[in-house]
Design a protein around this ligand. Structure first.
Ligand SMILES: NC(=O)c1ccc[n+]([C@@H]2O[C@H](COP(=O)([O-])OP(=O)(O)OC[C@H]3O[C@@H](n4cnc5c(N)ncnc54)[C@H](OP(=O)(O)O)[C@@H]3O)[C@@H](O)[C@H]2O)c1
Length: 277
């Protein structure tokens, strides 16, 4: 597994991490498929996908408990990222959310704590004061945002007095390239990590038929890779990008890990680029 720098820090994180939306339930807790999720996450860790992304919102907190279970016997380094929901951006609410996430994760510290979506109703200065308090108290190592526009990233950074925003988690896949307009260039310029969520378009990249998908299949067949591997690797051509596909199926986990450690040729990258314009 190849690693990339996290923002401007000296930390590095794997270029392929693991998402957990749907593990431990969707909007509500559901433990019926916990063991499948735990096994998938454990396999992913073994394959080097040691950046695990969760959120207090996922499974109403139960996703964080699933992550804790997967990490129970994992004695090696891991980068655990969670997110606070916009309704908890007020100072005391945010501190409480972080403590509750840490309890569910069974950890003393989160590596990355992200504002899940912007919330224009609560001043960012208040929210960021709480984030910096968490860093000062050693409960959080790095501060990130998610679903923030460039203007909102600038505002978020300006609201911090000492710390730096290291990342923006945003949707990015061959079938959703909105970030390429402003967010990705800004992240590259400012040396922020763009954590690409739904990098397989929630499965659409793998299931899609005809047209552009034929281009992915032709390249995959020629290189002896899967379509998902080609799709994920294509996102990684940008140095500031890391990806966090979610996979509960062990075969999917193995395939996703295999998207690291090689690079598409410039010609193949261009072919995918024009196919998915
Ligand atoms: N910040 C945000 O607002 C936000 C929003 C959405 C997502 N996220 C994060 O990003 C993560 C990833 O996004 P996502 O879950 O929306 O979508 P995704 O990773 O693009 O796609 C997940 C779907 O693709 C399937 N899949 C995974 N690997 C595959 C492979 N190699 N071959 C075929 N199918 C494969 C999975 O099936 P199986 O599970 O059956 O393997 C699942 O149905 C989330 O889990 C979450 O952590 C963040």
């Amino acid at each position: 597994m190849e690693f990339r720098p996290l923002g401007r820090t000296s930390e590095s994180i794997p270029e392929i991490g693991m998402g957990t939306w749907g593990m431990g339930g969707g909007m509500h807790a559901d433990s019926s498929r916990d063991s499948e999720a735990v096994e998938a996450l454990k396999l992913g860790l073994d394959l080097g996908m040691t950046h695990v992304d969760t959120a207090e919102m996922y499974g109403a907190g139960h996703s964080e408990e699933v992550v804790a279970k997967a990490l129970e016997d994992w004695g090696k380094p891991v980068f655990v990222a969670s997110k606070v929901s916009p309704s908890h951006f007020a100072y005391e609410d945010l501190l409480r959310s972080a403590r509750q996430s840490l309890d569910r994760l069974e950890r003393k510290q989160m590596d990355l704590y992200q504002l899940h979506w912007p919330n224009p109703r609560i001043p960012l200065t208040q929210t960021m004061k709480a984030m910096e308090r968490l860093v000062r108290d050693g409960l959080v190592r790095y501060i990130g945002v998610s679903n923030f526009s460039v203007a909102q990233m600038r505002e978020a950074q300006a609201a911090l007095s000492k710390e730096e925003i290291v990342s923006n988690q945003a949707e990015y896949s061959p079938v959703d390239r909105g970030v390429e307009e402003e967010i990705l260039p800004y992240c590259e310029r400012e040396k922020l990590t763009l954590i690409a969520y739904s990098p397989l378009g929630q499965g659409r990249v793998v299931r899609g038929q005809g047209g552009p998908f034929k281009v992915l299949d032709e390249i995959a067949a020629r290189l002896g890779k899967s379509r998902s591997q080609v799709g994920l690797n294509w996102l990684l051509q940008h140095e500031s990008v890391v990806v966090i596909p979610k996979a509960s199926d062990k075969q999917h986990v193995r395939e996703n890990a295999g998207a690291s450690g090689w690079s598409l040729s410039a010609k193949d990258s261009r072919a995918i680029d024009s196919a998915f314009q």
